[in-house]
Design a protein around this ligand. Structure first.
Ligand code: AMP
Ligand code: ZN
Length: 467
């Protein structure tokens, strides 16, 4: 497989460190809010990369962190009169809900900053001992001048960086580009941990160096995230990790381009964002996942309703093909594969080859999806009432294998029905809470027509089905 490696700015043949287990680290969310559709892009893209590598037969150890202590979380906790951990716990739960809806697999490990404090302190101590970090008034900074390769990932020249940073220079820093590994506690009631150089909390960058090396080893195969993380976050991760271990930190760096709104990056700080949670009220989760993989990950996408509708229609075409095959599968008369059908199956395999070729080319999901559409067109035109079950089954298995790699169309019909019922039950609860009893009654009637009655109990709603 070829991967575009940010550090070399080239597409390179992917060579794993250990064929038996790939090591991938993806920067996860800062949990102070629901995630927006821009944040969802790396989560879905690198989940698709993982699925593809697993399809190729690799065992993948996949680590994605939660930043569960940070200024934004602290501010939110203050606003809502909650503790930091109440805020982060809440949004970690919400992450899993949205990620589950988008069919993003759980990582092998989802480490959190607050659960790795000992390791973080040890890592910083190591950097101080080696002379790469220094303490000033209880803060600890990384000495960027000491790390001669500083700037190698983002390809920036140290002198230019210094000039740029001098504007907001902090007199406690030795060099303008130095960054905080540890921030001293400023107020008595501020969340803090004990460390040899004083109470405080870690800076943002250090957590990923610590958790990647702790869970995956000193050199990992792939490190990934959004384009905005190249500098300073990933540059700083490289500096911290390589300064401490003396070994390359990650062999391949992958970065996805942005989801934009009117050509501007979607971001929480600009306020031009759509929460995944809100989009899911209007579109099926699969439509959102399909939208996110329908373009190549290194091309920016302008988010728009038109694109969502296009994705919805495209996905419906694939779903129709699936339903058709399921129909033929339960109605086929002949079971044995006919000779001309065997030829057809061979033809179909061309599309699997094309699918693989596309994915091998730096995860080109856009072309891989085209191959699936070509396959579907062929299957649709070959399948008739007279097709054998063996033929339909082989076509179906092939189709399901490819869409499985993309993480779409995995639900059975009964699961889809279940989801639909649950959605209505949830909507009814919300309507009742908002005292919209007309809508609540309407939903009760819709469910009744499906043979489902609801009973409100102190423990919640009981769903009772006829037969
Ligand atoms: P955050 O929670 O802001 O640290 O972001 C989580 C992930 O989303 C990171 O990998 C970011 O690079 C990525 N990200 C943030 N905004 C966008 C966007 N508009 N488009 C694509 N990726 C984004
Ligand atoms: Zn990170």
């Amino acid at each position: 497989m070829k991967i575009y490696n940010t550090i070399t700015r080239k597409k390179e043949e992917f060579k794993p460190i250990d064929e038996n287990e790939l090591k991938i680290y993806v920067c996860g969310p800062t949990v102070y809010n629901y995630f927006h559709i821009g944040n969802a892009r790396p989560f879905v893209i690198f989940d698709t990369l993982r699925r593809y590598l697993e399809f190729k037969g690799y065992n993948v150890k996949y680590v994605q962190n939660f930043t569960d202590v940070d200024d934004k979380i602290i501010n939110r906790a203050r606003e809502e009169k909650l503790t930091v951990s109440q805020v982060s716990e809440k949004y970690i739960k919400e992450y899993f809900k949205d990620a589950g809806d988008l069919n993003i697999k759980n990582a092998t490990v989802h480490p959190r900053v607050t659960e790795n404090m000992e390791d973080i302190i040890q890592f910083i101590s190591g950097l101080i001992e080696k002379g790469y970090a220094y303490v000033t008034d209880g803060d600890v900074y990384f000495d960027t001048k000491k790390f001669k390769d500083y700037g190698k990932l983002s390809r920036q020249n140290m002198n230019e960086l210094d000039t740029g940073a001098r504007v907001e220079v902090d007199s406690r820093k030795r060099n303008p580009m130095d960054f905080a590994l540890w921030k001293a506690q400023k107020k008595e009631d501020e969340i803090a941990w004990e460390a040899p150089w004083g109470k405080g909390r870690p800076g943002w960058h250090i957590e990923c160096s610590v958790m990647a090396t702790k869970y995956l080893g000193e050199t990992i195969d792939i490190h990934a995230g959004g384009q905005d993380l190249v500098f300073p976050h990933h540059e700083n991760e490289v500096a911290q990790s390589e300064a401490l271990t003396g070994k390359p930190f990650a062999n391949y760096w992958m970065h996805n381009e942005f989801i934009n709104i009117d050509n501007e990056k979607m971001s929480k700080s600009k306020g031009n964002f759509f929460m995944v949670r809100d989009i899911l009220k209007e579109y099926e989760p699969e439509v959102v996942r399909f939208f996110l993989i329908s373009g190549h990950y290194r091309s920016p996408i302008n988010f728009s309703r038109d694109l969502m509708i296009q994705s919805k229609n495209a996905l419906a075409r694939l779903n129709n093909a699936k339903v058709n095959m399921e129909y033929f599968l339960s109605n086929a008369k002949e079971s044995e594969l006919q000779p001309e059908e065997a030829d057809k199956i061979k033809e179909f395999m061309q599309y699997k080859d094309k699918f693989i070729e596309s994915m091998e080319d730096d995860l080109n999901t856009a072309d891989a999806i085209s191959a699936v559409f070509e396959l579907v067109r062929e299957i649709n035109s070959s399948m008739t009432d007279k097709s054998s079950r063996a033929f339909v089954q082989s076509s179906y298995d092939l189709f399901m294998e490819l869409v499985g790699v993309l993480g779409i169309l995995q639900k059975s019909k009964s699961e889809e029905v279940e989801d639909e019922v649950q959605k209505l039950v949830d909507e009814r609860q919300l309507a009742r809470k908002n005292r919209d009893f007309a809508r609540a009654d309407e939903i009760r009637d819709i469910l009744k027509a499906k043979g489902i009655t609801l009973e409100d109990t102190p423990q919640g709603v009981r769903i009772i089905r006829e037969n």
